[in-house]
Design a protein around this ligand. Sequence first.
Ligand code: DOR
Ligand code: ZN
Length: 347
Amino acid sequence: MVTMQELTIRRPDDWHLHLRDGSVLAAVLPFTARRFARAIVMPNLAPPVTTTAAALAYRGRIVAALPAGAVFTPLMTLYLTDTTPPEEIDRAVDSGVVLGCKLYPAGATTHSAAGVTDVRRIDAVLARMSERGLALQVHGEVTDPAVDIFDREACFIEQVLGPLVARHPGLRVVFEHVTTRAAVEYVCAARPGIAATVTPQHLLLNRNALFQGGIRPHLYCLPVLKREADREALRAVVAAGNPRFFLGTDSAPHARTQKESACGCAGIFSAHAGIELYAEVFEQLGALARLEDFAAHFGADFYGLPRNSGTLTLERRAWSAPASYPLERAELVPLRAGAALAWAVRA
Ligand code: DOR
Ligand code: ZN
């Protein structure tokens, strides 16, 4: 077999990204802007981005933090709470810059305390979103501490997502960062208008990696890495070129001290290699020819946005991710820290 040495694709988009704010935003944004033309920016700031006014202000701070010459468009989201008014959906749609609303079940993950305690409480909001064509982005895990953490995604499909999708037959839903075979099967069989994002870590690693030679806090994210059979299901569905599954890194920066702690934060930073890591996966799968669809076509098509016009060239050239990147008075440990990556973006 001839190994491909170079791959030019349409400029990709990241359909699920955490940029934070202030000095962290300034530190991480250049990595994404160098690779991706657009990204859906998650609203789980502290306090969360719950209004269109807050999303517009946040968008302004992102644009202001872009490096000179960068061509990058942030696509904004609102954070749903039990008390989001349906009128907020109208404001969001009318703003022209809000692409969806994020459902965090209260307590499911980082900065989700203000999330939704019971989805039936937001049925009027979901109905308005459905009417106005605004997508729902879902963190799909139940929060019941009695449910095993490895079963929380499957349980969410049964108890929450399935019924929600049935109650709102016109609502467009993105099941974010899917991690299990159950989620893959659900999305494949669901009605039109249901899609999913897939992270690099869930395609590259299974839960053994969390405990390889000791506990590995930098590989801890939510939903947590799953078993090998789950990873295989994710890999098979992206290799097959199923248009319901597209790129969303879920790159989520936390300072090293927050990760290496008695109670470490969930989140993996991958923006420094946000397309390179997927190239590695698709190469392993013998599916490099499908990378462009996954990274640059399927997401835009789902969201009804034009595909980007520029291109990005990847080279098969080994490089090492640094042990850490500087953050103001702190350090950020990236995925693959100090280890080799197979693909690089051509300068
Ligand atoms: O690992 C995660 N980190 N999962 C999430 O859902 C949130 C994210 C974050 O914001 O750090
Ligand atoms: Zn996320």
